[in-house]
Ligand binder design. Structure first.
Ligand code: ADE
Length: 252
C-alpha cells in the first residue's frame, strides 16, 4: 500500500521529510512531491497549499501520478464545538463542504454535491479508530518530550484531548463568531472548520480509496483566530500532526 500524506502546513511537511528514508522528489503543478519510506510505509508527502481547489488538485495528482491507495490529510482547524480547546485533535468521521449550495435545483439539499448526491463524506470506522488511537497515543506518550512545556503553556495547552466528529470545509478562514454560530446551527454535531478536508474526501470518494483527516485545533474561529493561528501552527500543531501520523503509520 502507498499512502499520500497531504498537509496544509509547510512546517509539518518539513518534519515528515526529516524522518523519511529512500527519498526522491518531483515537482508537478507547483507542488513538491516527496516519495520515500516513513515508519516502514511507502509514502508520498506533499504540501497541498490552502483551499479546496489546491487540495483537490494535489489529491488527484497523488492518485493519478503517484498511485497512492490512501490519503491522509493533516493540518489545523478552527473549533466550532464549545468543549474544544486549542491543542485538541479532531479526527473526522464525516466531512461536509459548508460553502456548497445548489439547493435551487429540485430535489437537491443544501451542502449536497451536485450530480454526486452526497453531502457527507464518511470515513470507515476502522480508519477513524486507528487515527483516534494514534492521536491519543501521541498525546499520552510523545507530547511532553516532543514540544517544550513552556511552549505548551504559552498557548494555554494543558490537557489536550482527541475528539471524533464532523469537520466542515470551505474556502473561507472563519474568524467571526456570527458566521461560526450560523454554521453550528446549520450543521448539528459540527466539531471544527478548515479549508481542505471535505474536498480531499470527495476526490478519495470518487476514486474509491480511503481518506483520513486529522486536525489540531489552532483557534476558536473568533476575532483573534488569525493572530493565534500562525505561531501556534509553527510551534505546536506541526509537531502534533506529524507525531500522530507517525503513530498512525506504525499501526497500518
Ligand atoms: N484553519 C485553522 N483555523 C481556521 C479557521 N478559523 N477557519 C478556517 N480554516 C481554519
Amino acid at each position: 500500500m502507498k499512502i499520500g500524506i497531504m498537509g496544509a502546513m509547510h512546517e509539518e511537511i518539513a518534519l515528515f521529510r526529516d524522518s523519511m528514508v529512500d527519498v526522491s522528489t518531483q515537482i508537478r503543478g507547483m507542488r513538491e512531491y516527496t516519495s520515500g519510506k516513513l515508519a516502514g510505509c511507502d509514502v508520498v508527502v506533499v504540501f497541498s497549499r490552502w483551499g479546496k481547489v489546491a487540495a483537490s488538485a494535489t489529491a488527484t495528482t497523488l492518485i493519478e501520478r503517484f498511485d497512492v491507495d490512501m490519503l491522509i490529510f493533516t493540518g489545523v482547524a478552527g473549533a466550532m464545538a464549545a468543549e474544544l480547546e486549542v491543542g485538541d485533535i479532531v479526527i473526522a468521521d464525516s466531512l461536509i463542504q459548508h460553502d456548497m449550495d445548489v439547493s435551487f435545483l429540485p430535489n437537491t439539499k443544501k451542502f449536497e454535491i451536485p450530480l454526486l448526491g452526497v453531502s457527507n463524506f464518511t470515513v470507515d470506522d476502522i480508519y477513524v479508530q486507528l487515527a483516534q488511537s494514534a492521536a491519543q497515543s501521541y498525546l499520552t506518550n510523545d507530547l511532553r518530550t516532543n514540544v517544550p512545556e513552556n511552549t505548551l503553556v504559552s498557548f494555554n495547552v494543558t490537557e489536550p484531548k482527541v475528539v471524533v466528529g464532523l469537520i466542515a470545509s470551505g474556502d473561507q478562514f472563519i474568524a467571526d463568531p456570527a458566521i461560526a454560530d450560523k454554521l453550528c446551527s446549520q450543521l448539528p454535531g459540527l466539531q471544527c472548520v478548515e479549508m481542505e478536508g471535505a474536498a480531499v474526501a470527495q476526490v478519495a470518494y470518487e476514486h474509491s480509496i480511503p481518506c483520513i483527516v486529522m486536525r489540531t485545533i489552532s483557534d476558536k474561529a473568533d476575532h483573534s483566530a488569525a493572530v493565534d493561528f500562525q505561531q501556534f501552527t509553527i510551534d505546536v500543531a506541526s509537531h502534533f500532526t506529524c507525531g500522530s501520523v507517525m503513530r498512525l503509520l506504525e499501526s497500518l
